[in-house]
Design a protein around this ligand. Sequence first.
Ligand SMILES: C[S@@+](CC[C@H](N)C(=O)[O-])C[C@H]1O[C@@H](n2cnc3c(N)ncnc32)[C@H](O)[C@@H]1O
Length: 460
Amino acid sequence: MVVSGGKAAFRAKKHAGKRNPPEAAERPGLAARQCAVRLLGAVIEKKTSLDGLTDNQHGHPHYLALDDRDRALVRAILGAALRNRGTIDALLAQLLDRPLPENAVALKALLHVAAAQILYLDIPDHSAVDLAVTAANDDPRNRRYAGLVNAVLRRLSRDKDKLSTSTPNAPAWFAETLVEAYGAEKAAAILAMHAVEPPVDLTVKSDPQGWAERLGGIVLPNGTVRLARLEGPLTELPGFAEGEWWVQDAAASLPARLFGDIAGKRVADLCAAPGGKTAQLALAGADVTAVEISANRLARLNANLERLKLKAHTVEANLMQYQPEEKFDAVLLDAPCSSTGTVRRHPDVPWTKSPEDIAKLAALQAQFLARTVELVRPGGIIVFSNCSLDPSEGEAVARSALANPALQAFPVAEEEFPGLHGLITPEGFLRSTPQDFPNPDPRLAGMDGFFAARFRRTSA
Ligand SMILES: C[S@@+](CC[C@H](N)C(=O)[O-])C[C@H]1O[C@@H](n2cnc3c(N)ncnc32)[C@H](O)[C@@H]1O
C-alpha cells in the first residue's frame, strides 16, 4: 500500500520563525500529544526509562505540567506505542512512498504517537489526526512534513482493517535472544504476551479467597490475588490503607517462597527496595535485614513496610561493603537486572536496553552473588533471583557460581511447591515467562519472566 503523502508534505506551507500559533496552544489534548511525542523520543533516542519520565515527582517537566487526566492519556499512548512499536513501524512503512529521512526522529515519534491512538486506543481517529497535524505545524522540525502527516494518518485510519504485518514488536536483538533461549514458538508466544497490558497482582497478608471475592479477582495457584485492569486508583481499593496487601507480580512472589519455613530465622534481603520480598519474608516471621544502596528507594521501602505494618531492620548500604555483625541464616539476592521479564509492565525495556547492558549486568550479578556467599553461615540458604528472561543473567550466572567451593546447589523440587507445576527446570531452577499461568481471559493471563536458583553455603 502506497500513498503520495510524502510529496504533499514538501509542499506544505512554511512558517519559519513563527512558533505556537495561539489557537494551537489552546487546543484541548494537544499538550498531552506533544508531551507523548517528546517522551517517546526520549525513550527511543536517549534510552531514558519511561518510569523515570512519568514519575509524578521527578518526571519530565512537560509531563509534570499536565493534569492527572492528560498524564493518564500520555501513559496510555506511550504504552500502546511501545508495546506495538514493530507493528506501527511496519504499517507506517507500508503507507509511505519512501522511507523517512534518518534524522527525522521527531517526525517518526509524532507519527507513532498518532498511529498508536488510531490503532489501539479508544480515541476518535479524526482527533488523533487533527492533533498530530497541529502538533506538526507547531514544531519547526516537523512543520514541513505536516502534509505528509495528514496524508499518512488519514490513510492509516481508512485502511487500518485491511493492513497487516508479521513484524515482531521488539528490536531484532531482543527477538533473537528469546528465540535462542526458548525456541521460535515460545519466543513468539512471549512476544505476543508483551503486547497485552498485564493484570494487577496482589500479595495478600491472609485469606486470598476472601480478598479475591471482595476485590472481584481470582486466586492464582501460588496464592496471589489477580485483578483485571483497574478503573480507578489502586490506593482507593479496600485493604490498601489498612495495609492488607501489596502489589507484586505473581512471579516476583516466588523467590522468597523458596526458603521454605523461614519463621524465626535471621534473613538478609540484599537488594531490597521497594520491598515486596522484604514484606513477604517479614510476614513469614523472619527477622529481616533489608539492605539497599539507594536512599530514595530505601525511603520507599520504609513507607511500604509502615503501611503494611510489617517490621524489618533497614540498612542503606552497598552490599559489596556491607559488614553485618553476624552471618545470616539465609540471604536473598534479588539482583539488579535488565528487567526483560517485565516488558508487559515496562514496554520501554527492550527499546532502552542493549546486549551490552545485559553482559554488564550479568557480570555484576556474579560479583554480587560471590559477595552474598560471604554473608551466610555454613549450612545457610541463598536464593539468587532476578526478573530477566535472558539466561545469561539467570541460568548462566547460577551455574558459574557453583565453581565456588563455598556454594552447593540446593535444587528446587516440584513437589515442594505443587502450585508451580511447569516452572521448575530439570536443574531445579525456577524459571517463569509471560506465557505461564495462562487464562482463557487474556486480561487475567500471564506472569513476569523470573529466574531463581537456590544454594546452600558449605563450610568451605
Ligand atoms: C530488582 S530491584 C529489587 C526489588 C526488590 N527485591 C523487591 O522485591 O521489591 C534491585 C535493587 O537493588 C538495589 N541495588 C543495586 N545495587 C546495589 C548494591 N550494590 N547494594 C545494595 N543494593 C543495590 C537497587 O537500588 C534496587 O533497588
